[in-house]
Each structure stands twice: as C-alpha cells, then as structure tokens.
Design a binder for this molecule. Structure first.
Ligand SMILES: Cc1cc2nc3c(=O)[nH]c(=O)nc-3n(C[C@H](O)[C@H](O)[C@H](O)COP(=O)(O)OP(=O)(O)OC[C@H]3O[C@@H](n4cnc5c(N)ncnc54)[C@H](O)[C@@H]3O)c2cc1C
Length: 494
C-alpha cells in the first residue's frame, strides 16, 4: 500500500471541484482490495476517522476530509470483465469514467448515464448515483448497477447482487446483508420530491433492494470496491443539434413540446412517423453561458438568448426524415433555424460535448480564482412548474446585478445556477438568492440536489427538504452500519 504524508503530496486530496479545502494526517492508497480491507479494519479498530476518495470531481465537498485520513480508490482501476452476450461489465471502483467509455466504445457498447466530467471514477458515479445528459431517456446509475462489492465501515466485505431476491426489503425494517450480518431499522416514511431526478438523502422505499441503499449514499455506509454494470449496444446513428433561440418563452415552448413528444416515443414504436421526434437528451445553455464560448465559437448567432443541445438515435434508413422533421419543428420556434449546428459523425458529436463541457469548466475556473466558497445549485422541479420557477429566478438574478450562469439538463427540469461574486456584498446577496431559489424549489415539491448530492456543503438544504426528524432517522441508519461514525464523517450529517 502506498502511504502519503508529505503536505505537497497530499494536497490534491484535500479538496474537490467545489473548492472546499480540508486537512488530514495521511493518505492511504491500497493497491488491491485485500489491502483496502486490511487498511479499513485497522482504522476501525483504532478509531481513526477516514474519508473515501474517488477522483475528486464532486461538487459538494464529499471527499474533502476534516479529520483522520483519506483512503483513495485510485489504484483499484481494473476493468475485470465484459460479457457482450449478457451485456454487462465488471469494474473496480477506481476505473476512470473516460477509460471505461473508450473501452466500451471499442466493443460497440455504452453506459448510458454520462456525467459531464469524465475524469470521475465509476465508484464515485455509483456513490453519488450520478447522471448526465442522457438521463432524460436512460435514467441514472442506479438503473444500471447489477451488483456491488462493498467494504462496510468496520472492514467486512459484502457482495450484493440485484438478482438475489432475498435482498429485497419485503418487511419494513430489516436489511439482511448476508446471513451473518443483519441490520435492523424501521423504514422511515420519507416523502421524496416529485421530480424525475433526485440524489438527496438515502433511498428508502418498501420493497427496495438492499443494493439501492448503498447507491447514492455518498460513501457514508460503505466503500464500493467493485461493480457489475449493465451496458447497452451503442446506437449506430445519432443526430446532434445545437439550436439557438432569440426568445426565451418560445424556447420553453420548444422544450415542453420536445419533452412530451420524446417521452411518448420512449413508450411507443420508434419506427412510426409519429415518433420522428425522440430526443435522448435535452440540454440548455443560457445567454451568459453562450457568451463564455462566444470567442471560441463566433458562429453562435448574434442575438441568441439561449440554446438547446439535442441528441436523437435513429435508424439509418430514416436519417433524411428525422433531420427534416427536426428542422421543420425547430422553424416553428426560432428564426435561427438555418444556423442550427448539426452533428452526424462521431467527431462532430465530440465537438458538441466539448462545447457543453467547456461551460462548467470555465465557470468553475472563475470560481476557483474567487476568494469565496463556490456554491452551485443543482435543483430540479416537476416539469409542470419548471417554466414559472425559471422565470421567477431569472427576474431576481436580473434585478440583483450579479454575474451568473445557468445551464442544465432541462429535459429533466434540472438546472445549475452558478454566481460569481465580485465582493463580500455580492457574496452575501448570492447566498441569499441561492437560499431563496432552493427553498422555492423545495416548496414546489422539487429537490436541491438532482445529481451532485449533499456532501458537506449542502447539509442545511438536506435539513430544509426532509425536516430534522427524517434526517435524524437517516442518521440512525448510518450509525447502524457505522456505530463509531468514522466513515465519511460530516457527509450528509452535521
Ligand atoms: C465540470 C463538472 C461537471 C460535472 N457534471 C456532472 C454531471 O453531468 N452529472 C453528475 O451527476 N455529476 C456531475 N459532476 C459531479 C461529479 O463529477 C460526480 O458527482 C462524480 O460522480 C463524482 O465522482 P468522483 O470519482 O470524482 O468522486 P469524489 O468527488 O472523489 O467523491 C464524491 C463522493 O463519493 C464518495 N466516493 C467516491 N468513491 C467512492 C467509493 N468507491 N465508495 C464509496 N464512496 C465513494 C466520496 O467519499 C464522496 O462522498 C460534475 C463535476 C464537474 C467538476
């Protein structure tokens, strides 16, 4: 096992992409699962708090330590098996997402939930139940995890398989992890948000599989060491479009109609003419986000107030039909139809993904230069209230005079707001606007965290959304697994 103690060497493990800065005594880097188990057993026996580290691309400070040591999963980085017939891969937790994606692509497969930051680890993706643009059609990581190997906080390793029906929680209070390890608790009655995405809090539903408690628990219940993940054959043809708008309400009408048509097509026969519009992703960029890319992409039409990035899979023999259906459709909503960017080849799709990725990267870079703690929002609401919610938020931002950027997975009524305060006064105003707009989303039945999680930075919103009684019950579940509260201390719970 590699052990790092020198401050220069451990610096990289003391923050994540949120910019939160922590401290720890040492970083342990086990080179295989047995070393990780021995390491965790020893830490537990000696009452040493430990924080599990993935790639550190998290945005809520989850892997940032504030005591004890860090245990990094970076050396557990092997792709162990691909079964093309049964369509799954088995990977260790520290496999970098872009490596897995390239490997799958070489075999003509793909893993649908696609967090934008591909330097993340697959273990981090599962721990956070990550999602991405394709979640609109394909769901989140939870929908693809077939089995997990987990090292519990005291060092005991358990293997949980989704097809093991004895792990389905039929009665409402017992989780039998394995015959020798039964964790008993009363299933709290949790009211979850009425959104299509949520990663806030533990997943607690009667009839759920034990596996689902660990997915999205942000590493508070155990360390994921290995995962068996469902994969799908890579679609042979994908159309990509970046569409610019000169009118925001019309852009929202476009969004509403696309969502409806696409969702209808997911349930129907994709070959009929009714379903020529069937987007697998619907991503939004506001005017300020577009401006960030303007210098590099002068072909962005002047006068654009926002843009949508769309992707759709199609059968080869329908290419012409699908492209013209989209262009006709777009023409109803924007005068910039002729300036729509179109991607058919892989290289062009990659350019579109880069265009998208550059926006958060540039904003996070600005935030990292700032003296203030980054808080980006990750809210989602129900589709029915999303438009009004967005316009209300926009009014308060415009009145504030703050520098802000909004983009997001609008297919799922999910947005990211980032504000760059230029001084202390603006920082306070930004915090007030964040609090108000998150409270408003929660009041509307939405969530403060559609995909980034709670970590250490969003604990107050966790309390706001679920109330202190449910948070306390979730904490009791955590303590059933980790009675000494050593693992990922401070994540989710104060
Ligand atoms: C530019 C940018 C874009 C992003 N876009 C998206 C997006 O589209 N969708 C999305 O969902 N997220 C997105 N994120 C957030 C982030 O990339 C994801 O949350 C990612 O899954 C975190 O993985 P990681 O390996 O970096 O985890 P880390 O940041 O290292 O850790 C995150 C949390 O998971 C825990 N953890 C990590 N590995 C394990 C493990 N093996 N076992 C148990 N717990 C573990 C950590 O303790 C911590 O609490 C984005 C981030 C950036 C910087």
């Amino acid at each position: 096992m590699i052990i790092k103690e020198n401050l220069d060497e451990i610096q990289n493990y003391l923050s994540d992409s949120s910019n939160l800065k922590g401290f720890c005594q040492k970083v342990y880097i086990p080179e295989n699962v047995d070393e990780l188990i021995d390491c965790i057993k020893e830490l537990y026996q000696n009452d040493v708090p430990y924080t599990i580290s993935g790639a550190g691309t998290g945005l809520v400070g989850g892997r940032v330590p504030f005591d004890g040591v860090v245990v990094s999963t970076e050396k557990l980085n092997r792709i162990l098996e691909i079964n093309e017939e049964e369509q799954y891969v088995v990977v260790e937790a520290g496999v970098v997402r872009s490596d897995l994606d390239s490997f799958l692509e070489s075999k003509c497969f793909f893993l649908p939930p696609n967090p934008t930051e591909t330097s993340s680890f697959i273990g981090g993706n599962i721990a956070c139940n990550s999602s991405g643009s394709r979640t609109f059609k394909y769901g989140t990581m939870r929908d693809y995890v077939l089995a997990l190997d987990i090292v519990l906080p005291d060092g005991e390793k358990v293997s949980l398989e989704r097809n093991n029906k004895s792990l389905v929680v039929n009665c409402n209070y017992i989780l039998e992890i394995k015959p020798s390890r039964v964790v008993e608790f009363k299933m709290p009655e949790v009211i979850y948000p009425n959104t299509t995405k949520n990663t806030a809090g533990y997943y607690l539903h009667r009839g759920m599989h034990t596996l689902d408690l660990f997915i999205g628990s942000e590493g508070t219940l155990g360390t994921i060491t290995q995962a068996k993940i469902k994969i799908l054959p890579k679609p042979s043809n994908v159309l990509g479009l970046i569409i610019f708008f000169d009118d925001l309400p019309k852009a929202f009408d476009f969004l509403d109609l696309n969502r409806k048509l696409s969702r209808k097509s997911f349930n129907g026969n994709n070959q009929t003419n009714d379903h020529l519009i069937s987007a697998r992703l619907i991503e939004f960029f506001d005017k300020n986000s577009l401006m960030l890319n303007f210098e590099e992409y002068p072909q962005i039409p002047k006068g654009s107030v926002c843009a949508f990035w769309i992707e759709q899979e199609y059968e080869q023999n329908r290419e012409e039909q699908v492209v013209s259906a989209w262009l006709e459709h777009i023409a109803q909503f924007t005068p910039f139809t002729d300036q729509t960017w179109v991607a058919i080849e892989d290289s062009k799709h990659r350019e579109f993904a880069e265009f998208r990725h550059k926006i958060p990267v540039k904003v996070f870079e600005m935030l990292s230069q700032s003296q203030f703690q980054k808080i980006g929002s990750d809210v989602a609401t129900n589709d029915a209230v999303f438009q009004n919610y967005y316009f209300k938020l926009l009014r308060s931002l415009e009145n504030s005079g703050l520098v802000y950027f909004i983009w997001g997975h609008f297919g799922n009524s999910h947005l990211h707001l980032n504000i760059i305060p230029r001084n202390e006064q603006e920082n306070q105003l930004a915090e007030k606007i964040f609090d108000e707009h998150i409270a408003e989303a929660i009041m509307l039945g939405g969530t403060y965290s559609a995909e980034h999680g709670t970590g250490k930075l969003k604990r107050k919103y966790f309390q706001m959304m679920f109330g202190s009684e449910i948070v306390q019950k979730m904490k009791e579940i955590k303590l059933k697994f980790d009675p000494k509260n050593l693992l990922n201390r401070g994540v989710l719970f104060f």
